[in-house]
Design a protein around this ligand. Structure first.
Ligand code: 4AD
Ligand code: MG
Length: 480
């Protein structure tokens, strides 16, 4: 007989029909109450069994972590905490879980740190916290597609293997099928990449932007949503070596249109999560609240998770130029008191996450969009302003996160772009196609990249990016 998901079951009215559920045992109390979870929801269904009707041998196999199939009748619950429960008529063990083995894992019913959960990432989907996070992640992913599809964008699959470095930051993972112990060399003793699989050096993409731009020049409005890779040695709570990025790219959009799009898009997906992930967010809010209680008063946000999300939806993001931001930072208390690790003394400084967070959390107290950055600290493809020293770049900064979005209006003028490419030491021959689209009906266009895990971090209130992706990849970690 077809089993029914616990999420659906919990919304059903009691009836005399037999229902079938399958799931994993979370707890078994007094030889009578089984808390069963199947991952469809954070909530368990309580299955009540009359132990006198079953063999001890079977009862002994109903252990934490084991998988069972239960057939029974859905009744109004006598206990507190749930509207309905199952009065068990039949029980079948689908998969045993040895109690002694379970004790050694995060499946054992006691508090485990998030670090321990990470070490057992293959089991952590069974925990309340990671289960909730991953359901929210899935909902956000769907909301992203929904937003763009409903707004006339086409989903474009940008390639994962590339020869170019979109960000020009040299943080690429190289891809080869050479025998690394026996590399072919040229006459100068250098590795001969012409003999490699692609006949040239290849990398994992750091961004789908350049290819997305070429498609925006044909389809108008496109977005990519795929994995991107950065070999930056950043051991922080906000960096991964493999992360997912959402990158819309729109023909005829200038930077203002781009900022409007980013703001509208972010608000939409957060609202979607609030509306569709109520139970998971309630759980995560409670979790965060407990965590906050352990922090010093000065570090607490003073807002509950869902209040924070609501606040973002309801308030206009503050738009500030880089130049204004530098003035604010220069005059700020932490700067004057030498509290910043990287003091701000002059225009042109690259902003660190401590500065971004000061602006968002202490100064403006709301999300901020910084724009018009110095050309020198930004990528080659950004449109040069008339002042000749700033570019039409924008970063969206979020409380607790710092940069969540990076984007720009793109340089559409062939000559200016070619100069930039040359000056930045980029191999013209690698980006000939990117330059080429500036020759045929080149137009103003813009786009941005949203770091998907940073969005998930914000919405779930988690603090470490490694806990919002199923299998995090970061320096020295490639288990699983
Ligand atoms: O600011 P970034 O480097 O911009 C780009 O890659 C552009 N090509 C995007 C575009 O205009 N189409 O990265 C965009 C976002 C950042 O704002 C951040 O949220 C996220 O990607 N990000 C990372 N997330 C996790 N781990 C990392 N190592 C990240 N690097 C960037
Ligand atoms: Mg950036």
């Amino acid at each position: 007989m077809q089993h029914i998901e616990i999420k659906k079951l919990l919304q059903m009215e009691p009836s005399l029909h037999t229902v079938n559920v399958k799931g994993w045992v979370r707890s078994f109390r007094s030889n009578r109450f089984i808390a069963l979870n199947d991952g469809s929801t954070i909530n368990n269904i309580q299955c009540v069994i009359d132990f006198e009707s079953y063999d001890k041998e079977l009862l002994d196999r109903i252990t934490v972590g084991s998988a069972i199939h239960v057939a029974g009748v859905l009744k109004e619950s006598q206990g507190r905490g749930q509207a309905v429960e199952i009065e068990v008529k039949e029980i079948e063990i689908l998969g045993d879980a040895d109690t002694e083995e379970v004790k050694k894992t995060i499946l054992s019913p006691k508090r485990h740190t998030l670090e321990t959960l990470r070490e057992q990432a293959h089991l952590r989907a069974r925990t309340n916290t990671i289960g909730a996070v991953m359901r929210v992640r899935s909902a956000l992913s769907f909301a992203i597609h929904k937003y763009f599809q409903e707004n006339g964008f086409f989903h474009m699959h940008s390639p994962i293997l590339t020869a170019s470095d979109a960000e020009g930051a040299g943080e690429m993972f190289h891809v080869t099928n050479f025998d690394l112990d026996n590399l072919p060399k040229d006459e100068n003793g250098k590795v001969d990449h012409s003999k490699d699989f692609f006949g040239k050096t290849a990398n994992l993409t750091v961004s789908g932007q350049l290819e997305a731009e070429t498609y925006a020049m044909g389809l108008g409005k496109v977005y990519t949503f795929g994995p991107t890779f950065r070999a930056e040695n950043s051991n922080t709570t906000r960096h991964l070596a493999e992360f997912w990025m959402v990158e819309p790219e729109v023909a005829f959009y200038d930077l203002d249109n781009n900022m409007d799009l980013a703001e509208d898009f972010i608000k939409y997906v957060i609202k979607y999560a609030l509306e569709h992930c109520a139970d998971d967010l309630a759980f995560l809010e409670e979790r965060l609240n407990k965590e906050e209680q352990n922090k010093p008063q000065s570090e607490r946000t003073g807002m509950l998770l869902r209040e924070k999300l609501q606040f973002v939806i309801e308030n206009t993001f503050k738009r500030v130029s880089y130049t204004e931001a530098i003035d604010i930072l220069k005059d700020s208390k932490p700067n004057k008191k030498g509290k910043f690790k990287y003091p701000i003394d002059a225009w042109g400084a690259d902003l660190q996450s401590e500065h971004e967070r000061f602006l968002v959390e202490k100064h403006f107290k709301k999300p901020v969009i910084l724009f018009d950055y110095p050309a020198d600290i930004k990528a080659f493809y950004m449109r040069l302003n008339e002042d000749g020293k700033t570019v039409r770049a924008m970063d969206v900064l979020f409380p607790g996160i710092g940069e969540i979005v990076g984007g720009s209006q793109r340089e559409e003028r062939y000559d200016v772009l070619l100069d930039k490419v040359k000056n930045m030491g980029i191999d013209e021959k690698e980006v000939w196609w990117y330059l080429d689209i500036r020759k045929f009906g080149s137009v103003t266009h813009s786009g941005f990249g949203l770091g998907f895990e940073r969005l998930v971090l914000f919405v779930t209130g988690m603090t470490n990016i490694r806990d919002v992706i199923p299998y995090p990849r970061y320096p020295n970690h490639l288990e699983f």
